[in-house]
Write a protein that binds this ligand. Structure first.
Ligand code: BTN
Length: 261
């Protein structure tokens, strides 16, 4: 199924109050992140959404490329949250929560959240999240949240085959990208409003319930060193709380975490 995403059709079934009121839909783009940044700088309002059928230079975390064929859902959200910069990283987890909830509501699948930026199904990555931040004075930030969701791919390139999956592969049938995007925008808006009201504990409880890592042993690559320990919690700033073998408790803001098998 090659479903063309149409801004008008998406908006017709959208019940959000501000997210997606403006949708910029493209056929092929280098990256929705770069286009969203440009649109934001030219005045695109809070809650604008940029989508592309496919990306020719999709960007992943750590400077990696993101495989973005036409079967996937490639989205960037433009936000201007008036929050202190240390609260911005929580938006990644909030996005992962919203993706998880949207998949759970539109399918029978049970995804989990892999701190800080991934959503997994049966241990394989179905969604990656890329927050691009520009913090400014007086808490006026520009945040572009990139969401790459593997929806209807029926295969992956060899280097991704072992670690990636799609909703189609998991369900053995294609699903509607339009319905999924509508649900995702609704879930995100609800969670974002809760976040702006500083009721983060409510979100954190849900995130903890879907967490892939809590109670497991992991390594976290911090570039300058690698930590190893048991994940005992996620805190209210979205940090991973690790108990190192020495007994020391360490809170990690960002890094690449892997299960120790
Ligand atoms: C990751 O490395 O896990 C993050 C992947 C993020 C991919 C999305 S697709 C939409 C947006 N545009 C991009 O170029 N990247 C993000």
């Amino acid at each position: 199924m090659n479903e063309i995403l149409d801004a008008e059709v998406i908006q017709k079934g959208l019940t959000t109050s501000f997210l997606g009121k403006k949708i910029y839909a493209f056929g092929s783009l280098q990256s929705t992140q770069e286009t969203a940044k440009r649109l934001a700088k030219n005045g695109a309002p809070e809650g604008s959404v940029v989508i592309a059928e496919q990306q020719t230079a999709g960007r992943g975390r750590f400077g990696r490329t993101w495989h973005s064929p036409k079967e996937g859902l490639w989205v960037s959200l433009i936000l201007h949250p008036k929050i202190p910069s240390q609260k911005v990283p929580f938006l990644s987890l909030l996005t992962a929560l919203s993706v998880t909830e949207a998949i759970r509501r539109t399918t029978s699948l049970l995804p989990t959240i892999k701190w800080p930026n991934d959503v997994l199904i049966n241990g394989k990555k179905v969604c990656g999240i890329l927050p691009d931040l520009e913090t400014r004075e007086n808490n006026s930030n520009l945040v572009i949240i990139g969401i790459g969701l593997n929806v209807n791919q029926s295969d992956f390139p060899l280097d991704l085959e072992e670690t990636s999956t799609s909703l189609h592969l998991e369900l053995d049938r294609p699903i509607s990208k339009t319905l999924l995007l509508q649900e995702l925008l609704l879930r995100f808006e609800e969670n974002y409003i809760i976040f702006l009201k500083e009721e983060t504990m409510e979100l954190l409880e849900k995130i903890r319930g879907f967490s892939y890592f809590i109670g497991k042993r992991v390594t976290v690559d911090l570039k300058e060193k690698v930590l190893e320990g048991e994940v005992i919690d996620l805190d209210e700033e979205g940090r991973l709380v690790l108990r190192l073998d020495s007994g020391l408790i360490q809170r990690v803001v960002a890094g690449e975490a892997r299960l120790v098998r």
